[in-house]
Design a protein around this ligand. Structure first.
Ligand SMILES: Nc1ncnc2c1ncn2[C@@H]1O[C@H](COP(=O)(O)OP(=O)(O)OP(=O)(O)O)[C@@H](O)[C@H]1O
Ligand SMILES: Cc1ncc(CO)c(N)n1
Length: 264
């Protein structure tokens, strides 16, 4: 049977981030994708124009309809928006004993728009992080969650460990926001793994975080190990950034078809 993945996230009308990035990535990685929308955004490569939140009952019904009929092998969370949404999603994931959960703690879009209310970071810590197979913050997100500055690779390593102490089984702190080559640091509760990258000079990085986390989710859904899943996701996002599509006037989308690696 084909592996199944559910993304619980916001819609990006521009198609480069949010559920659109997730569903494209799931498809290219041979996983059947499903979605529960938390918000609709009117956005493009230049920024977020408006956000329309989805009512809590409707978020709940989407999750319920998908899990009780089609079933899921892995779930990814992206833009949550508010603390009540996080609380609801955590309750549903517990109710259905979801085993593989990738938490991408989306806070701010590339153009600077706020995708998570300030008072909701606490709910991430108390509700969602303890359920996570892996949490995938960029450096500013890890700084908000842990209430500390991250300035060096050593700080990233300490941050990954601290996120596991908060209850996630694993954490990867992404280095895309540092100057120079972007190195990501993974801690799986036992070992530290370093995923070095070469910085690609491009403005087309809209949705890199969503796409990376979606690929981890797809690989986990197929039954791959955590480290294998992150390795594939790193290769996938690197190819997607390198072979950008040249779309839009601002931060353009990545190329979800670019990765030529094997299907596992
Ligand atoms: N310019 C780049 N060149 C190569 N790799 C990059 C570049 N920018 C980001 N990455 C890699 O892409 C992945 C996503 O990291 P990033 O820090 O950009 O996520 P993010 O900030 O959460 O993205 P988003 O804009 O979707 O919120 C990481 O593996 C990171 O190392
Ligand atoms: C809907 C949505 N989710 C996540 C991001 C972060 O890239 C975005 N720009 N839009």
């Amino acid at each position: 049977m084909i592996a199944r993945a559910l993304t619980i996230a916001g819609s990006d009308s521009g198609g480069g981030a949010g559920i659109q990035a997730d569903l494209k990535t799931f498809t290219v990685r041979n996983v059947f994708g499903m979605s529960a929308l938390t918000a609709i955004t009117a956005q493009n490569t230049l920024g977020v124009e408006d956000i329309h939140p989805i009512p809590l009952e409707m978020i709940e019904k989407q999750i319920e309809m998908v899990i009780t009929d089609l079933g899921v092998d892995a779930v990814k969370t992206g833009m949550m928006g508010t603390a009540p949404v996080i609380e609801l999603v955590a309750r549903k994931l517990k109710e259905h004993s979801v085993k593989q959960l990738v938490v991408d703690p989306v806070m701010i879009a590339k153009g600077g728009a706020k995708l998570l209310e300030n008072d909701a970071a606490h709910a991430l810590v108390t509700e969602l992080i303890p359920l996570a197979t892996i949490i995938t913050p960029n450096i500013p997100e890890a700084e908000v969650i842990l209430e500390r500055k991250i300035q060096t690779v050593a700080d990233m390593t300490e941050a990954a460990k601290a996120l596991v102490e908060l209850g996630a089984k694993a954490a990867i702190v992404k280095g895309g926001h540092f100057e120079g080559d972007p190195t990501d640091i993974l801690y799986d509760g036992t070992e530290i793994y370093t995923f070095p990258g070469k910085r690609i000079e491009t403005r087309h990085t809209h949705g890199t975080g969503c796409t990376f986390a979606a690929c981890i989710t797809a690989e986990l859904a197929k039954g791959n190990s955590l480290v294998e899943s992150v390795e594939t996701a790193k290769a996938y996002i690197t190819a997607a950034i390198k072979e950008e599509l040249g779309l839009g006037q601002g931060h353009g989308p990545t190329n979800h078809w670019a990765y030529q690696g094997e299907q596992s």
